[in-house]
Unconditional design. Sequence first.
Lengths: 415, 268
Amino acid sequence: MFKKILALFLTLGLLTAPLAGCRQTASLSPDKELLQADFSQIQKEARGQTVAIYMWGGDESVNRYMDEWVAPRVEKELGIKLKRVPINDAREMINKLLTEKEAGKTKGSIDIMWINGENFKLAKDNDLLWGPFVDKLPNYNRYIDGEDYQIKYDFGEDTEGLEAPWGKAQFVFIYDSNKIASPPDTVEALKAWIKDNPGRFTYPAPPDFTGSAFIRQILAGVSSNYDRYLTASLDRESLETEITPLWDYLNQIKPYLWQKGITYPENIAKLNELYAQGEVYMTMSYNPNYADNMIKQGRFPATTRTFVLKNGSLANTHYLAIPFNAPHKAGAMAVIDYLLSFEAQLAKFDPANWGDGLAISLAKLSPEEKEKLKQIKPGKAALSPEELEKYKLPELSGAYVDIIEEGWFNHVAKN
Amino acid sequence: MVSRLFKLLIPVFLTGMVLLNIIPLLLLIFLSLGSSWMWPHLFPGPISLSSWKYVINPAAGSLPALKTSLQIALTATLINLILAMPAAKSLAHYHFKGRKACELILLLPALIPPWAVITGIHKTFIYLNLTDTMSGVILAHLLPTLPYMVRALTISFASIDYSLEEQAYLLGGNKSQTFFYITLPQLLPGIAAGSILSVLISLSEYLTTLIIGGGQVLTLTLVMFPFVNGGNPSIGAAYSLLFALMALITLFSLDTFINRYYSENKLY
């Protein structure tokens, strides 16, 4: 008897599973219409939706900005429930979408994802993104300079309106002013300082994000024609030979690094720990407000300060995109539009919340908005926006990032 | 001489073991309090509660994540128990051709690395409409946990005194009475051991939860991983302690429940 019931259930289950699959596809036709619709109509459709935003979840200030500043306002003003899903690595989302695409799953679970660089390129090359949608957003049209190289190109890859800029980050060095009176200001001066202070400097080993950025930062300083690397035109071998000055530089400082360069910290958190303990005198970050945040948390000494190299300081833009199978595309568009509003950008810029760079263009702000922006002062450990702007350099092509990381293992780490 | 030396060594050995277990825990506690205890300082640095405040704050969603973790682990364990019971009994009791092969097949899921099969499972689950749901995650958790349950129960079944069962039959007990009053109580140590392993493995599962749950099923492990893995080590430590506490309380209640249930019902 029991066996018969079990068999019945199994059969029923197998029969209904594909049926449920069919039902999903039926509701997906109006996607194209959404790109033609009026924005007020989109907002109307978005009301009542629960929008899932997938983003790296390892930073308290970022999470707090989303959970405590954005979510309540989006719910009140747009009637949308925002659900933040913490992930460990943006690549996880791309892999999920790749499998879903292969299996033909037309109703996924990600509405918005936070990406840039190589993950955007992967998503774009595999048709994982929905759009182009950015020119549908009123706040994009009002505040964003879509022709700006740093916004139009994401690590050298044309965004083609498939992702909306959300904020900007810039590479900075962090030092203890108690131990270093005046920090080096060029790549060459940095090398001299490292040689004078053996064991007091190191960088995280790639593929750590910040360590990899440090290497590109040095490349920008030692190469005579950096603009050449903004678009991928060289193959692996020619690139590796051409950037020999970079390998030379890194090999020359190697014996003077922490642990004589025999080992490197495996990630930026380890380097920050070494800095907090006073074992090394410098650390680095792709967030210009990082030093300030860490002082506030009591994890870095209060005498911590920030500096950039005059050879140029790498900057990149991070973006929000909508996957091809996002279940709530109208809601996703409404939320992204809200995140590009002046109020949301201003709050994100405020070091008290997150301290992330503005995606909106200063030139497009009204006089009152400019006044409001001026009220927000950078923390005492951070550099002024003008100072940062002065040395800003775009990131090189995303296609080169992996090559340089692997090249580092062969030319530097193995030596 | 040797035995005296051995006796002397025992306390040293025990202290070492205790220290090995306690020191990392202490360091975690200090780390979660935002304090560092580094050479050459004799005492740990000043403490702050900010990491704990973040973890406890309702917007961070730790409580729902904790609940989801427990729901998945306990349901998976219950299903494991039901699935493993007949398999374990057959393995321990009957000697048939291919018994070793069956045992190996049942153990295989624990030996094969999960990332080798997860993409295939993901695809199949998409076809079956099981992704992004809690039932899908529970089903996926059976894979790494079931082998341990089978193993623990097999050992328990093997040590059972079957003459007691025969006696029960002779005294007129039917199948279910014999099972619940005679067999089950003897299996208790195995059930406890298997359940503990199954709960612990399910709680700490990251990859399967992430891929099958698709981020829609948020367990504590998923929430804490970005912090532990290079994010904010202090918040990571606070989450780790919360996780350890959750696991400890679950294991303790599981153990007490199983023991008390049977001693109260005087089934021995």
